[in-house]
Design a protein around this ligand. Structure first.
Ligand code: SF4
Ligand code: SF4
Length: 390
């Protein structure tokens, strides 16, 4: 929650915001206006929801909660497009778009992830991997446990970010019941958004929510220490890790896993100027609203990687990888999803297809929207767990 009482209206949050960089006097005026009116055109146009402002606020007043209030008010009043609703109840959304390619293969995967055998521990692929990047699952690294995912098991981040806690609670309770039906007590996660929902949001709003989350990185580190992850090939590269925005809300220990894993596999770990909880967002959240701004942010990030002579950037968020890999390639910096590095270490050859698949999807989305402009015009809200077409 935003703490209005401790806020000094000093403007630091908006003047140092990587996306807005308002001059200090404008920043002071804007924050006062936001507090008094609970509205801001600037926030709606340019805020990425990255929560960097929470880290730099000198009084710990949680300014990102204020920007969230403003966005929630807007989505509750005006609704959101079906593209952002990750549910089979709408015919076309960010995940169903993925079924335009390699459809049969993805359907087979989804069928398996939506009906996993009972197990108290599972790999939790969430939505993105089954719908966009099934190549990431083609490895013996994931043979030991059943996998779960798809829209049926979406973590519900879209409900929380667009419609707030009451709706997230309804979604979380449904999800919790589904997890209990398949006996799951621990999820090995691949998405920082899922980490945030499982480790932070649901335990704070659902009494007794007791599903444990462990990142795939910490899982690999644990397997290594137990002698199960065999290092056949060392990765002799200078690698920097792109810390994802949703991790800012979690225990800081989460930042140790990637660094330890990279050291285990033989990499030289190098840090960008902004790292860990002060990491810069990749720019993806504003790419649909403001492409030049998203490009500027990505280029800033690339300059930080270039300054430390990184050979490669490692990712846990497929969205960050999809966004930054193009800019990385322009500067001769390689991009790896963390499981692709693990594959190389055990002697497999990863497909490295995330950038190519992303380009296919972007072209498909642009074509579909130009042929069906109503997709962006039609608006929906979620109320008491029900999707309502406005
Ligand atoms: S939220 Fe923090 S940084 Fe922003 S104006 Fe208030 S005290 Fe300053
Ligand atoms: S959430 Fe990120 S983009 Fe939005 S105001 Fe805070 S720092 Fe800026």
């Amino acid at each position: 929650m935003f703490n209005e009482k401790t806020c000094l209206r000093c403007g630091t949050c908006l003047s140092q915001c990587p996306f807005m960089h308002l001059p200090i006097e404008s920043a002071k005026e804007e924050i006062s206006k936001m507090i008094e009116t609970r509205s801001s055109r600037k926030i709606l146009e340019s805020c990425a929801g990255c929560s960097y402002c929470d880290i730099i606020c000198p009084t710990g007043s949680n300014p990102s909660a204020l920007r969230r209030e403003i966005r929630l008010r807007r989505s509750r009043e005006k609704g959101v497009s079906s593209i952002t609703l990750i549910t089979e109840e709408v015919p076309y959304n960010l995940m169903s778009i993925g079924l335009a390619f390699d459809t049969e293969e993805k359907k087979i995967g989804l069928d398996k992830y939506e009906k996993p055998p009972k197990s108290n521990e599972m790999f939790y692929f969430g939505c993105g991997i089954p719908y966009y990047f099934p190549d990431l699952t083609k490895t013996k690294l994931f043979d030991d446990l059943p996998s779960i995912g798809g829209m049926k098991y979406c973590c519900g981040g879209y409900v929380s970010s667009s419609f707030g806690e009451d709706e997230a609670k309804i979604k979380g309770l449904e999800l919790y019941e589904k997890f209990k039906e398949v006996g799951v007590e621990k999820l090995i996660t691949f998405c920082p958004g899922c980490d945030h929902m499982i480790k932070n949001v649901y335990p704070s709003i659902i009494e007794g929510f007791d599903i444990e989350g462990q990142t795939i990185i910490d899982y690999f580190v644990e397997k290594y220490h137990k002698g199960v992850l065999e290092i056949k090939n060392k990765i002799n590269q200078r690698i920097t890790f792109q810390d994802p925005c949703p991790w800012r809300k979690l225990d800081k220990k989460i930042y140790d896993g990637p660094r330890e894993f990279l050291e285990i596999i033989g990499a030289e770990v190098v840090e960008m100027k902004h790292n860990k909880e002060k990491s810069l967002c990749c720019g993806a959240p504003v790419s649909m609203r403001n492409r030049p701004l998203a490009k500027k942010i990505a280029e800033e990030k690339m300059s930080e990687a270039e300054e430390i002579n990184a050979d490669a950037m490692a990712f846990i968020c497929t969205g960050c990888l999809a966004t930054l890999s193009r800019y990385n390639a322009e500067r001769n910096i390689k991009s790896y999803y963390i499981t692709e590095l693990a594959q190389m270490v055990i002697g497999e050859t990863p497909s490295l297809t995330i950038p190519e698949n992303t380009r296919k999807v972007q072209r498909h989305v642009a074509k579909t929207i130009s042929e069906n402009p109503n997709l962006l015009v039609d608006r929906y809200i979620i109320k008491n767990g029900k999707i309502i077409h406005l």
